[in-house]
Design a protein around this ligand. Sequence first.
Ligand SMILES: [Zn+2]
Length: 115
Amino acid sequence: MATINRPSRPKPSAQQAAIRAALSAQQQSNPNQGRENPHREIYGSSRWKKLSKSFRDKNPLCRQCKQTGRLTPTYCADHIVPINEGGDPWDIGNLQPLCLKCHQRKSAKESHRKS
Ligand SMILES: [Zn+2]
């Protein structure tokens, strides 16, 4: 008499469920993933690069240094009213030429204000 060997079917995998749980836990532990920086869109755009370049061409010296009698080359076009505080990113009137030091000082103040 022949016995029929049935191939044993794999059970609904507990392993798979564990992997799925681990994956979703990983996603939850990373809530910032995929969150876009809204300013990156502006600073990365060719419109901004053009605007900031022409602004720096017209304003080659740091405004804050100039007020204290120093002549320092402009490092960037800075938003007087920061974008995240409602400033208009495209308004020339909201821009000022700053050197790297003055810009860093201003950014530090702004992030201090937020906390
Ligand atoms: Zn300066």
